[in-house]
Design a protein around this ligand. Sequence first.
Ligand SMILES: *[C@@H]1O[C@H](CO)[C@@H](O)[C@H](O)[C@H]1NC(C)=O
Ligand SMILES: *[C@@H]1O[C@H](CO)[C@@H](O)[C@H](O)[C@H]1NC(C)=O
Ligand SMILES: *[C@@H]1O[C@H](CO)[C@@H](O)[C@H](O)[C@H]1NC(C)=O
Length: 269
Amino acid sequence: MATTVPLLLLFLFLCCVLCPAAAASAHPGYPEMEACGGEADLTVVRREEYDGGRILDITHVYREYMPSWESDEGLGQFLWLPKSMKNGSLANNSEMKLPAHSGTHVDAPGHVFQHYFEAGFDVDTLDLHVLNGPALLVDVPRDKNITADVMESLHIPTGVRRVLFRTLNTDRQLMWKREFDTSYVGFMKDGAQWLVDNTDIKLVGIDYLSVAAYDDLIPSHLVFLKSREIILVEALKLDNIKPGIYTLHCLPLRLRGAEGSPIRCILVK
Ligand SMILES: *[C@@H]1O[C@H](CO)[C@@H](O)[C@H](O)[C@H]1NC(C)=O
Ligand SMILES: *[C@@H]1O[C@H](CO)[C@@H](O)[C@H](O)[C@H]1NC(C)=O
Ligand SMILES: *[C@@H]1O[C@H](CO)[C@@H](O)[C@H](O)[C@H]1NC(C)=O
């Protein structure tokens, strides 16, 4: 009896040392981590979808090596643990520092209009009715940017208010690369103008860091944001999602004074 207790303690100690936090990963884009036998309670479950695909997470995980605007280095370290249980704090308390237009994010009118910025049209003023509701996911032709001709060819029915545009960016896995790539597909000015003039679309979603092609960066943003009626959601994770109609839910942070914010978006079938 006297020797059993120390042996048990030794066993528990070895378990802790040999089996650090186990994790499972559901997406090939994330590094695989080994699950640890016998520690089922510590297995981290990360999901890209729920209920057999009824709920789809279309938000990118914020990570060090995700692309960041005009950077070759990626987002870099954005999360620290200044207070940790390891150094004697009662709890772990992380801090983060992140450009407002990082990863999956939303643009407010103040992004490209100084007078809107000064008047306070920040992300806290964005209409939750527009950010939540039925949405259409469409594939656009892979050989062009989104011009007026492309917009016309998509035949998006009147009355459709939210459209997620999947492009060559998803095929090229641009959001999974560290380096920012200026050759991403986005709206040319005439494509943005066509959308404003000929459709009822009030939410435009796209699969890289900007809805506007790099060559028409500011002109396209100006066309979209001028009326303050259109909300732009950028860097959505649209891999492996079938085109069609879903219910979209997008919630930005209430960052008073910010013209952009990280946003969590999901689709529900
Ligand atoms: C506590 O530990 C973290 C790393 O876990 C470190 O970044 C931080 O500087 C430490 N803080 C103090 C006060 O030692
Ligand atoms: C919280 O603290 C524990 C113990 O110090 C440590 O093992 C764990 O990694 C910390 N959490 C995070 C998120 O770093
Ligand atoms: C889209 O435009 C960018 C410049 O903004 C260009 O580099 C890229 O080749 C274009 N893509 C296609 C498919 O035409």
